[in-house]
Design a protein around this ligand. Sequence first.
Ligand SMILES: O=C(O)[C@H](O)[C@@H](O)[C@H](O)[C@H](O)COP(=O)(O)O
Length: 240
Amino acid sequence: MSDIRHLVHPDIDSLAAAAAQAVTGHLNERIAATGQAVLSLTGGSAGVKTAAALADADIEWERVTIYFGDERFVPADDPERNDGQIDDVLLDELGGRPTVHRWPARGAEHDDVDAAASAFRAAHPMPAGDETLFDVTLLGMGPEGHIDSIFPHTPAVAENERLVVGVRDCPKPPPERLTFTLPAICRSRHVIVVATGDGKAEAVARGIEGADPVDWPVAGARGVVSTTYHLDGPAASMLP
Ligand SMILES: O=C(O)[C@H](O)[C@@H](O)[C@H](O)[C@H](O)COP(=O)(O)O
């Protein structure tokens, strides 16, 4: 099992700055080594703030490929989509420099979430086996330990083969979503979890102690090289 650690920051802005600095270091290391890097982004307040902090980072973005860890299966122009929030704070500013792979939107081409997941798999073939898929996966987390659209006690958290699934009956609206699964997330070199507030404290503690991911999905998100939780004081308050 890779190294797992946590860092506590005074507030969400310094947390986002530190997480963005870590993302930058990991991406630049891979760009120096291989000429390219792959990043998976996340929605939520801490995730979007971290993406915003990346707008000032010194990164050769034309060498970076970006995915979104999950997406709400709603129309492309729906303000509920995660990618629109990331466009506003980061991608619009970067223009066409990174390669960005978006999830299918609900619409004329896709009106069924499972068909949309199949279409995404077909359009983005990913190698079987252990080869890493992402250099960095950034994850926000809900109070019940959900990451991406992987919620406790759902088919998505039990998925142990497919890298991408459609989600129905999601406990948090909207009910239909698309998500990478734990087998995909665990093929990241570095996993970075960002969480603030005492509502997240139990999930943080369960994640770091290595609880059953069926109960606390974040506990199943482990990077090949490192797993780091960036927290504020309240989110860290149940750690030993
Ligand atoms: O699709 C979603 O419903 C959100 O993106 C959600 O998964 C979010 O990332 C977490 O709930 C953490 O959000 P906060 O950092 O705002 O608490």
